[in-house]
Write a protein that binds this ligand. Structure first.
Ligand code: SAH
Ligand code: SF4
Length: 381
């Protein structure tokens, strides 16, 4: 593992308050804003291409845009470049974690996960999270605040900028997939998340296909259908238990919407043919990893185009749970596969730098980072 602390906590690269962060606008919103000011509507497409495809960091380099228009942009908008407070690279697998400074003296974490055929970025949607799942380090923080649309998008842009001029990750790939599985509950910051997905999929923006973007929710049932109607991204549901008793114990949201409510929303989810809902299942050693759980899960998922993603619990300081035996994890996977279900196991990457699922923790992690806290953690499997 290598780490670098790059900017003092006091460093401030925030835009002056009166300027709008241009990365917070969808193409439609920017077009409308320009039209209102009597500017040509195609300017918005040009600006998008400069920012998201050519990675421009100043309006002055936008050479096909008139001088007047550039002056107008300069006066009214900024291109945020959040300063990098710290970065860490996993020695085990090249996973990179970035801690960016954002407004209000807050920090936000994002992780780049290299795969053999892809580079996946895990983005945060909030600082902290209100939902207090008992196994999650972010949940332990409580909600600090929602991220603005541009603060979600800037994680993606700035991480790519940090990769250098070719924007390639450890195994030589450019950004290909985005998962909203960092800090926060994306459905609790719904409009900002929807706009961010829109910018990621826009042909003039990042141009990522909807299939390459996955938004994970702990199960805010009232927003599930709307998500399907307003985006073409993939939906992932953190199921994590097969009885209401267990789910309510580890995920307080289950007291508001129980498993019956959740599964009904999934059955009614408007989904394109050949798509599936991913059901994430964090396996807590000795608690929810039995054959009975597997049997109940099959019943729960009946009638839903589903794929199951088993996630062995990633321990973090001050958590009461145990990582399951890997043998138990693969036994459960085999149980599903043998019954014709689609099931994968997510062995989280970047465990040596606390970058794995459920381990992101912003300020707290930052403190640890500054204290040179991160040491190699024992890795099971
Ligand atoms: N709030 C959203 C998205 C962020 S969490 C949600 O809960 O779905 C992303 C995934 O990490 C979720 O499936 C969550 O259950 C899982 N997770 C949280 N803490 C974990 C931990 N300590 N080990 C393994 N997975 C964890
Ligand atoms: Fe929030 Fe998701 Fe963590 Fe639950 S698992 S506390 S919803 S980030």
């Amino acid at each position: 593992m290598s780490y670098q602390v790059l900017a003092p906590e006091s460093a401030n690269t925030e835009a002056p308050a009166e300027k709008h962060s241009i990365t917070g606008f969808t193409l439609e919103q920017l077009t409308e804003a320009f039209c209102k000011m009597g500017k040509e509507s195609y300017r918005a497409k040009q600006v998008f291409q400069w920012i998201y495809q050519k990675h421009a960091t100043s309006f002055s380099e936008m050479s096909n845009i008139s001088k007047d228009m550039r002056a107008y942009l300069e006066e009214n908008y900024s291109i945020p470049q959040p300063s990098l407070v710290a970065t860490q690279t996993s020695e085990e697998d090249g996973t990179q974690k970035f801690l960016f400074k954002i407004a209000g003296d807050k920090t936000v974490e994002t992780v780049l996960i290299p795969g053999t055929d892809r580079l996946t970025q895990c983005v945060s949607s909030q600082v902290g999270c209100a939902l207090a799942c008992r196994f999650c380090n972010t949940g332990d923080m409580g909600l600090v605040r929602n991220l603005e649309t541009h603060e979600i998008i800037d994680q993606v842009l700035q991480a790519s900028r940090e990769l250098g001029h070719d924007h390639k990750g450890a195994l030589g790939h450019r950004l290909s997939n985005i998962v909203f599985m960092g800090m926060g509950e994306p459905f609790h910051n719904f409009e900002a998340m929807i706009d961010a997905v829109n910018i990621l999929t826009c042909d003039f923006g990042f141009g990522l296909g909807g299939r390459r973007i996955t938004v994970s929710t702990s199960g805010l049932v009232d927003k599930i259908e709307e998500f399907g109607n307003r985006t073409n991204a993939n939906l992932a549901i953190s199921l994590n238990a097969t009885t209401d008793e267990m789910r309510s114990e580890i995920m307080p949201i289950n007291k508001k919407w129980n498993l019956t409510d959740l599964m009904e929303a999934c059955r009614n989810y408007p989904m394109a043919p050949r798509r599936r809902i991913t059901f994430e299942y964090v396996m807590l050693g000795g608690l929810n990893d039995t054959v009975d759980d597997a049997k109940r899960m099959i019943k729960l998922l009946k009638g839903v185009a589903a794929k199951i993603n088993l996630i062995p619990y990633n321990p973090h300081p001050a958590s009461p749970y145990k990582r399951p035996q890997l043998e138990t994890v693969y036994k459960m996977q085999r149980y599903f596969l043998d019954r014709g279900m689609n099931c994968t196991v997510r062995i989280s990457k970047g465990k040596d730098i606390l970058a794995a699922c459920g381990q992101l923790r912003s300020k707290e992690a930052e403190k640890h980072l500054h204290r040179h806290y991160f040491e190699k953690r024992p890795v099971v499997g």
